[in-house]
Design a protein around this ligand. Structure first.
Ligand SMILES: Cc1ncc(C[n+]2csc(CCOP(=O)(O)OP(=O)(O)O)c2C)c(N)n1
Ligand SMILES: CC(=O)[C@@H](O)[C@H](O)COP(=O)(O)O
Ligand SMILES: [Mg+2]
Length: 623
């Protein structure tokens, strides 16, 4: 086993080149075996094994800086930097992260998770290096999907001015999570399909000539019968910006990769190396269906089947069916995704109503303003998006949607704790960042039924910016008996008693119901209110609770700062209500990876801890 020789960083450099291909096979086997047990981002990682090996062979980490865009494809990098033995704890609480983390290893040059940041971060390193007169290479590895994100172009525009070496590796597997979309993807497809390889082109030759030993390199390359000469094709888009383009190169051919990176290293400005890989390479089920194995739960290696299927429909599925049903009756409804048709449940809509469906690529900011334009043009756009990715579009929500009071519906999935993706993906800020925007309405359903009726309310009865936020995973089906029609800005009173009033938001209603039972078992009299609207808050419900209870407990799966609890406290103070308030929420902090159940306990928002906190708080109230 060659992999046994890889135990610490740079061990790969001691290998005999004839061992490289076997190591690649063994890494693939290792990834398949481990991810089949832990779950994780399989397909992207299988695609970059040789690419990562070549980067580690040519560059000197950690002096050289390697920056992974999104970071979901850094598993081989983790193996090659001494973290092989941590894979059994991948994405588990206290275990190794699924993304690069500077505090996990100093071989991880930059933390990532969200897309299209690597060129900006790399360029920052380059500029710092040059100002400090340091000498190291900076390599940003960006996928073709991530290259649909606007930040990448802002960074390319900036990178074209850089004077020192800056290597951008474009890992082109012709896939985002789903099929990649748009003009850039089309252009890359044309390059890949092109058989007309050119000779070493003039621009590169001239650049190389200007460098010490450059003419020697050019001569060598010109004499090369194979590879490098054929790897270099002019590309107007990058070249036109002043960024040297090298490629396309077969991303599964280590020898070719090593050669082209050695050339890229010598260029004295920004250079883009176009590497063509296959997503899922080496595992048939993932090659055939890379989207399914992009992020996969534990699975059976032989069949490729996921081991434990979730019971019941997910909130994304409930949304998927609800939006399709509404769109059948209302031809004005349009759906927008930023490269997440499967995750958000919009794939069905895209098949049923292709003319009203828009996948805009990984472009959340654009998606929001595009939706605003659709609304201004008379349609009813629903932008389905993960909570953490919508953070990207704060100004567009405020500036383009809310100031104009446009009727855009935000279907915000993965709101609350999402689990194993960790800090970058927890959807725990949306109540705060949406509630402080004037004209925005924020609605959080307690169960599947309320998501359906909430969506219908937002699309058909309300007219203005409307956000529904719901969590990752199986939709709650309990509370069949609580189906009060939705009235704008009104909470739903589920039980009305005295002593303690629980005011719970969305996913926390289920927890609050358990807490209520626990408290009642201990002799307390407890009101339970499903807040429904976080903005506007139901002032009369708070007023009544405040006058008729000793304690109001707010419960939300959102950070404390700027959340529902703080708004209730403000209201209680403004209305001078004779009541104490206890806020149950997430801390003003980032929350690492781990299962949602563990994270809830750690944060103290699970039913048992909340019950204990309420009792101890209540006992200390001086009545
Ligand atoms: C801002 C943002 N939006 C959406 C995502 C979800 N996402 C993660 S990976 C990915 C596709 C990336 O495609 P590509 O860069 O080509 O990498 P590949 O998976 O093909 O290796 C998407 C949409 C994200 N991480 N960040
Ligand atoms: C890397 C990334 O951003 C996505 O792949 C994300 O991990 C998907 O999350 P879900 O599994 O919740 O769809
Ligand atoms: Mg891709």
């Amino acid at each position: 086993m060659i992999l046994e020789k890889i135990n610490k960083p740079n061990d790969i450099k001691a290998l005999d080149p004839i061992e490289y291909n076997q190591l690649a096979d063994e890494i693939r086997q290792f990834l398949i075996e481990n991810i089949s047990k832990t779950g994780g981002h399989l397909a992207s990682n299988l695609g970059v094994v040789e690419l990562t090996m070549a980067l580690h062979l040519v560059f000197n980490l950690p002096q050289d800086k390697l920056i992974w865009d999104v970071g979901h494809q850094a598993y081989t990098h983790k193996i090659l930097t001494g973290r092989k033995n941590q894979f059994d704890q991948l994405r588990k609480f206290g275990g190794m992260s699924g993304f690069p983390k500077r505090n996990e290893s100093h071989y991880d040059a930059f933390d990532t998770g969200h897309s299209s940041t690597s060129i900006s971060a790399g360029l920052g390193y380059v500029s710092a290096r040059d100002i400090k007169k340091e000498h190291y290479s900076v390599i940003s590895v960006i996928g073709d999907g991530a290259l649909t994100g606007g930040m990448a172009y802002e960074a390319l525009n900036n990178a074209s001015q850089v004077n020192g070496n800056f290597i951008i590796v474009l890992n082109d597997n012709n896939m985002s999570i789903s099929k990649n979309v748009g003009g850039v993807s089309k252009m890359l497809g044309e390059i890949r399909a092109s058989n007309s390889y050119y000779d070493l082109k003039e621009g590169v030759t001239n650049t190389l000539y200007k460098m010490p030993m450059g003419s020697v390199i050019v001569d060598k390359i010109k004499k090369t019968k194979s590879n490098i000469k054929q790897l270099i094709v002019p590309n107007q888009m990058f070249e036109g910006m002043g960024i040297t383009y090298l490629g396309p190169v077969d991303g599964h051919d280590i020898e070719k990769l090593i050669k082209i990176f050695k050339v890229a290293k010598r260029i004295d400005h920004a250079v883009l190396v176009h590497v063509v890989t296959q997503k899922g390479h080496g595992y048939r089920p993932a090659e055939r269906n890379p989207s399914k194995y992009h992020g996969i739960a534990p699975f059976d290696i032989k069949t490729g089947n996921v081991l434990k299927n979730e019971n019941g429909k997910s909130y994304s599925e409930v949304f998927s069916e609800a939006v399709c049903k509404l769109a059948k009756k209302d031809a004005k409804i349009a759906a927008i995704t930023a490269a997440m048709p499967d995750g958000t449940g919009l794939a069905k809509f895209s098949r049923w109503y292709p003319e009203r469906f828009f996948d805009v690529g990984i472009a959340e900011a654009h998606a929001v303003t595009f939706s605003a334009g659709l609304a201004a043009g008379g349609l009813k756009p629903v932008f389905a998006v993960y909570s953490s990715f919508l953070q990207r579009a704060y100004d567009q929500i405020l500036h383009d949607v809310c100031i104009q009071q446009l009727h855009v519906v935000f279907a915000i999935d993965r709101a609350g704790l999402v689990g194993s993706d960790g800090e970058t993906h927890q959807g725990i800020f949306d109540l705060s960042y949406l509630s402080n925007i004037p004209n925005m309405t924020v609605f959080a359903p307690k169960n599947a039924w309320e998501l359906e009726v909430g969506l219908e309310f937002g699309l058909e009865e309300y007219n203005g910016p409307f956000a529904l936020r719901y969590p990752r995973g199986t939709a709650v089906t309990a509370f069949e008996e609580f189906k009060q029609p939705i009235v704008y800005g009104e909470a739903e009173v589920m039980y009305y008693e005295k002593d303690i009033a629980l005011l719970a938001v969305g996913s926390m209603v289920e927890t609050a119901d358990i807490v209520r039972k626990n408290l009642k078992a201990q002799g307390y009299s407890v009101t339970l209110i499903n807040a429904r609207f976080v903005k506007p808050i139901d002032e009369s419900a708070v007023f009544k609770c405040g006058r008729e209870h000793n304690l109001i407990v707010t419960m939300e799966e959102n950070v404390i700062s700027g959340g529902f609890g703080e708004s209730v406290c403000q209201l209680v103070s403004d209305l001078q209500l004779p009541v104490r308030v206890l806020n149950i929420s997430l801390p003003d902090d980032y929350i690492e990876h781990g299962s949602v159940d563990i994270l809830r306990c750690e944060a103290g928002i699970d039913a048992e801890t909340v019950t204990e906190r309420i009792i101890s708080f209540y006992e200390n109230i001086v009545l």
